[in-house]
Design a protein around this ligand. Structure first.
Ligand code: ZN
Length: 221
């Protein structure tokens, strides 16, 4: 009897270690909402769960191909029962997962069709290597957003938007901008000019240098 009780006590602990040793857990549910290409709502045990697709980033609603990405995701999973390979929970409390439908992955199909970028900052598991190949292939075939002459990664688009909202005056004024974190300054033609930390504005380069900034190696102000 005693031995049985010990086994009973240890079993949940053991199960916990078996689960956490695996990379991910699986959940099944029906897709009841598609907010955009990379965010869906899945009903799991009658509870709606907001799911952010793992390792990819789709164009935002305000960006070119944002609606197309949403439509693509919608066509593929809306109203259907999917399996989620859960990897994480993000800082907004959303479940971060690979969404599987039959033998296909929504994440992968979005990349292949050119409606998503591999989110290099977050895509860290072995499968990401394969996803970069799909992305390169989509670029080569000019699928989806890759036929755009100047596709802007959504994470850069969001950053630009945040800066404008936070500091509307400084965008139009100033010839040079200093990155307060890296202490590098840029001219207005530089792709880094509107970066998140580029909040120090200068009318001439001497002032920027005097303030302790060094010129950017790309735009050479
Ligand atoms: Zn620069």
């Amino acid at each position: 009897m005693k031995r049985f009780r010990i086994a009973f006590l240890f079993f949940p602990t053991l199960l916990f270690f078996v689960i956490s040793a695996q990379a991910s857990i699986f959940q099944t549910g029906k897709v009841v909402g598609v907010s955009d290409g990379d965010t869906v709502t899945v009903l799991v045990d009658r509870t709606p769960v907001k799911v952010r697709l793992y390792g990819i980033d789709c164009p935002e609603g305000g960006q070119d191909f944002g609606n197309r990405a949403k439509q693509f995701a919608s066509n593929m999973v809306f109203g259907k029962t999917v399996t989620m390979e859960v990897h994480d929970t993000d800082r907004y409390g959303r479940t971060v997962a690979n969404i599987l439908i039959g033998d296909k992955s929504l994440n992968e199909e979005l990349i292949k069709a050119g409606f998503a970028w591999v989110y290099n900052q977050y895509c860290k598991i072995p499968i990401c290597r394969k996803w970069y190949q799909y992305e390169a292939q989509a670029q080569k075939q000019r699928n989806g957003l890759w036929r755009h002459p100047n596709p802007i990664p959504p994470w850069e688009f969001r950053r630009g938007k945040t800066t404008i909202n936070k500091d509307p005056g400084s965008i139009s004024t100033g010839v040079y901008r200093g990155n307060t974190r890296s202490m590098v300054f840029h001219q207005s033609t530089c792709k880094h000019f509107k970066c998140k930390n580029c909040t120090d504005v200068f009318q001439d380069r001497e002032k920027a240098i005097k303030a302790g900034y060094r010129p950017c190696g790309n735009c050479k102000p």
